[in-house]
Design a protein around this ligand. Structure first.
Ligand code: 2RA
Length: 336
């Protein structure tokens, strides 16, 4: 089966990575359409050695096409305005923005964690937030084996999460220039704010982690809290995750369980100073977990350190994996 694919936001950081991953995976693309805003329309974008002209994202440029999958990474407002036209022509939209993540009619999916949710889609599937995605395969495995009582996230998020301008702020900041994207210097600094503040004192990013974790794991009452921090690292988010389980565990068994979990690599050998680090995880597909240890201050509790490439598994790769899973489950129209 082959598919007509649209990439919406094709010139952005995640859009570019989506194209790279479609290439790496040799995804069966029949026709490819690159969409972006008026500003980028007409630019040339390469895919597998062929040049494609970027199409302006507007209704009439969508309704005249026959598209099977639309991979969106162009921001929430763009998704809210244009996804419906792709749905109208029969495409399945896989959306990287936060626009529909908490909509009851929209599945929020990490393919190795809750693929069954895809069956309920109504044309739109939401890709979770990057910092949520990377914790999911690990927490799902622990949840299935021991049950989850409470999760405490503390994140160390790379500047790539804020797009190309975030990366520029770090690179230019290292040369002494002032930031344009972030409100404070990021080079040589930490910013304990990602996205805007809500009335409850949390940031939107923190509440995304709380709400998305509950939805993906189908645990609406799970006790979850998060503190999200921007760090001067280019790519890959890191997270310290404290997990209280419903039953006690044997640490060796936890190592075994996580070593056998799809999409997860255990990198934990403290005798040889082995643990995952963002610099070395960048460019890789799996979620890496290390520093796995018992939290002696609380019953049935584990401490974990989870690192993953936020542009790959945290965004573009997860979106393409959703498309692959849809195809595998026979939920995509395509052409022989
Ligand atoms: C960030 N989680 O790291 C966001 C991107 N979706 O800023």
């Amino acid at each position: 089966m082959q598919y007509d694919v649209a990439v919406v936001g094709a010139t952005g950081l995640v859009g570019t990575k989506m194209l790279e991953i479609l290439t790496e995976k040799n995804f069966p693309v029949r026709n490819l359409y690159m969409y972006a805003s008026k500003k980028s329309a007409g630019k040339e974008v390469e895919y597998k050695g062929k040049s494609y002209k970027v199409i302006e994202l507007k209704k009439e440029n969508i309704l005249d096409k026959d598209i099977d999958i639309a991979l969106f990474s162009a921001g929430g407002d763009t998704s809210l305005e244009f996804a419906k036209y792709f749905v109208e022509i029969g495409a399945v939209v896989i959306d990287n923005s936060s626009a529909w993540r908490m909509d009851k009619e929209v599945p929020l999916v990490v393919p190795e964690v809750n693929p069954e949710a895809l069956k309920d889609h109504n044309g739109i599937i939401a890709n979770p937030n990057c910092s949520t995605i990377q914790a999911m395969p690990v927490l799902k495995a622990l949840s299935d084996r021991y049950g989850l009582e409470r999760v405490v996230y503390s994140t160390y998020q790379a500047v790539a999460g804020a797009g190309i301008q975030g990366i520029m702020d770090l690179q230019n900041g290292l040369k002494g220039e002032k930031p344009k994207k972030f409100q404070y210097d990021i080079a040589g600094n930490l910013i304990p704010q990602i996205d805007t503040f809500l009335d409850n004192g949390y940031t939107k990013e923190e509440m995304k982690m709380v709400n998305e974790t509950r939805k993906i794991l189908s645990l609406p009452e799970l006790r979850v809290t998060a503190t999200c921090v921007r760090v001067p690292v280019e790519t890959s988010h890191s997270e310290s995750v404290n997990v209280e389980l419903k039953s006690d565990f044997d640490l060796k068994e936890v190592f075994e369980l996580l070593s056998n979990t799809e999409g997860v690599v255990v990198e934990d050998d403290t005798a040889n100073l082995k643990y995952p680090m963002p610099l070395y995880v960048a460019g890789k597909d799996p979620v890496y977990v290390g520093r796995i240890r018992r939290d002696y201050s609380n019953k049935n509790t584990l401490n974990l350190w989870i690192v993953s490439d936020n542009i790959r598994k945290g965004a573009a790769l997860n979106a393409v994996q959703i498309a692959e899973k849809l195809a595998e489950m026979g939920l995509l129209e395509g052409a022989e």
